[in-house]
Design a protein around this ligand. Structure first.
Ligand SMILES: C[S@@+](CC[C@H](N)C(=O)[O-])C[C@H]1O[C@@H](n2cnc3c(N)ncnc32)[C@H](O)[C@@H]1O
Length: 280
């Protein structure tokens, strides 16, 4: 099983890091990356080969459900991907419109039951101002070249008093500290950095985007203190995770049992979710 998961994972890595033309503009590379068959079919799918990602998603979904009464609300899901957060909100009674850069992702979202879908860029939403009650942008800002522009767009399209939920990959979490440490070595740059498709951010950066976009921060929550996805690049095409996936449930159980998500420990968690409101 582990070997199969590894091969599937390798497949998307090869496409993402080695097969895209070097000279392509970053926005085109992003689009190509998120449209490639390997990315669409293998990446972060909620299947049994990816227990870590599945549980990480389940935690985020639980948080999302707990934040508001979604029934009857119109919501924009920016970077909808396969529409997994869209279906969480639809199940809670909301009317969700999914937006994504990639037509292939939108097709997958449609197959998964999303009915309202639009193609577009998070930094320049093709949506009228104040047209949604709420917006979410989860597991996406780390791919957007200018997250502040995207957060400003969320502020524009949500009605006064509306809720916005965004997520970041935290620079100071274990997996990303390891990754960033490698990135800042010449060897790692040689291996894969020239084609990176995502970045990490700090809690302070995200708070600044929220403030600069005119939001009021309502809540901040961390997920994944002991997140076991620590990937180490050895040579091109060879990336290992030294920690077994079976740690995932145990780690999350410990963290949840001790209710660490809103304590200072959140500064070291893998994902930070922010809930904010536009002023009335
Ligand atoms: C990691 S996936 C997350 C998808 C979904 N939010 C989820 O968690 O299942 C990131 C998604 O964001 C989309 N994306 C990346 N950059 C984008 C941008 N600038 N504008 C809109 N969508 C973007 C990708 O096509 C991809 O579907």
């Amino acid at each position: 099983m582990w070997a199969l998961a590894f091969i599937k994972d390798l497949d998307y890595r090869i496409v993402s890091f080695y097969c895209l033309p070097k000279q392509m503009p970053h926005s085109d590379r992003l689009k190509r990356y998120f449209s490639s068959t390997a990315t669409v079919s293998t990446w972060w799918t909620e299947n049994k080969w990816h227990p870590v990602l599945r549980e990480h998603f389940a935690e985020q979904a639980k948080y999302l459900r707990s934040l508001a009464t979604w029934r009857g609300k119109s919501i924009l899901d920016v970077g909808t991907g396969f529409g997994r957060f869209a279906s969480v909100l639809t199940d809670a009674g909301a009317s969700v419109c999914g937006l994504d850069l990639s037509q292939e992702m939108l097709q997958r979202a449609k197959e998964n039951g999303s009915t309202r879908l639009i193609a577009g860029d998070a930094e320049n939403l093709p949506v009228a101002s104040k047209s949604f009650d709420a917006a979410i942008c989860l597991e996406t800002l780390m791919h957007v070249p200018c997250p502040l522009a995207a957060v400003r767009e969320l502020a524009r399209v949500v009605r006064p008093g509306g809720l916005v939920v965004i997520g970041i990959n935290n620079t100071f979490s274990l997996p990303f500290l390891v990754q960033n440490l490698q990135i800042h070595t010449a060897c790692y740059r040689w291996i894969r950095n020239r084609k990176r498709m995502s970045h990490t951010n700090t809690i302070w950066e995200a708070r600044r985007w929220i403030r600069d976009a005119g939001f009021q921060l309502v809540d901040e929550l961390g997920i994944g203190l002991l997140h076991p996805e620590v990937r180490i690049s050895l040579w091109p095409g060879k990336i290992v995770n030294p920690l077994p996936h079976s740690w995932s449930s145990w780690c999350l159980t410990v963290e949840k049992g001790r209710r660490l998500e809103r304590t200072k420990f959140r500064y070291f968690m893998k994902a930070i979710l922010f809930a904010a409101r536009t002023p009335i």
